[in-house]
Structures are given as C-alpha cells and as structure tokens.
Write a protein that binds this ligand. Structure first.
Ligand code: HEC
Length: 125
C-alpha cells in the first residue's frame, strides 16, 4: 500500500467512527431511545416480571397490570420513578391487593437511572 492509499483508508475509518458517534448522539434525543427501553426491559425482567408478568400483564394475587394502568398513565416519568423508589406498602389505603409493592421492586441495587429506563420500557407496553 502506498502512502496515499493508506491515508484514504484511514480517512474512511475516521468517517465510519464519526458516523457511529453521530448515531449514538441521535439516540439520546428527546424521544425515548430503543436502547434505553431495551435496558429497561432487562431490568424489568430481572426485578419486576416475577410479580407483574413478563409483558406487564399482571399476575393474580401478585402485581397489578402495568399495561392498562390508569395509575401509571396518570404520573409523568419523574413521578413514576419516585413511586418506584417508595413502593406501596400493604397498609397504605391506596393498596388494593393487600400485598406490598416493595420499594424498587425489592432490588435496592437499581439506580435512579435504571428506574428511568424501566419507566421508558413501561411506556412501550
Ligand atoms: C413482590 C412482588 C412485586 C415486585 C417484585 C414488584 N411489584 Fe409492583 N406491585 C406489586 C403489588 C402487589 C402491587 C399492587 C399493590 C396494590 O394493590 O395497590 C404493585 C403495584 C405496582 C404499581 C402500581 C400499579 C397501579 O395501577 O396501582 C407499579 C407502577 C408497579 N407496581 C411497578 C413495579 C415495577 C416497575 C417493579 C420492578 C422495579 C415492580 N413493580 C416490582 C408487587 C410487586
């Protein structure tokens, strides 16, 4: 390879790297990105699906549906994250099932960012 060919191969590489950077930047625009929702799905499956079902359909005597929940619809994303951090204990008058919705679904390792990803996923259900 002569010097010129090397240089143009190099600039092609730089272009490809630049294009993927641009794509990554597009991913963080105002709409929920697919990447965020799919991370949210992973966290959801690990920490919530046991009680709420793999697709948020809810489970008898466990978690309520998250798909057709007027409660979920009534909160904005930040409010829903706050709700997830608190949960809804069985003694709370708003609790219908008489079973705890544990704070963070019982997984204290979930960060605010993880909870926001879960919320992004819930909005796709
Ligand atoms: C141990 C079981 C359990 C786990 C795990 C769990 N939940 Fe729940 N969740 C419940 C129960 C039970 C309720 C309903 C409480 C009631 O009757 O008001 C509930 C209620 C909710 C509600 C309110 C729904 C409504 O319409 O009032 C949301 C939102 C919710 N859970 C989200 C989540 C998310 C997100 C996760 C994972 C981070 C999670 N839950 C993990 C048991 C669970």
């Amino acid at each position: 390879m002569n010097g010129r060919a090397k240089r143009s191969a190099l600039s092609a590489l730089v272009c490809i790297a630049g294009a993927s950077l641009l794509l990554a930047a597009c991913g963080t625009s105002d709409k929920p990105s697919g990447a965020e929702a799919s991370k949210g799905r992973e966290h959801y499956l690990a920490s919530c699906a046991l009680c709420h079902g793999a697709e948020g359909e809810g489970k008898a005597k466990l978690g309520k549906t998250l798909k057709a929940s007027s409660f979920v619809d009534s909160l904005n994303d930040e409010e829903l994250v706050e709700f997830l951090k608190e949960g809804r204990p069985s003694w709370d008058p708003a609790n219908e099932r008489g079973i705890d919705m544990p704070p963070k679904g019982g997984n204290p390792a979930l960060t605010d960012e993880n909870l926001m990803e879960i919320v992004t996923y819930l909005r796709t259900l």
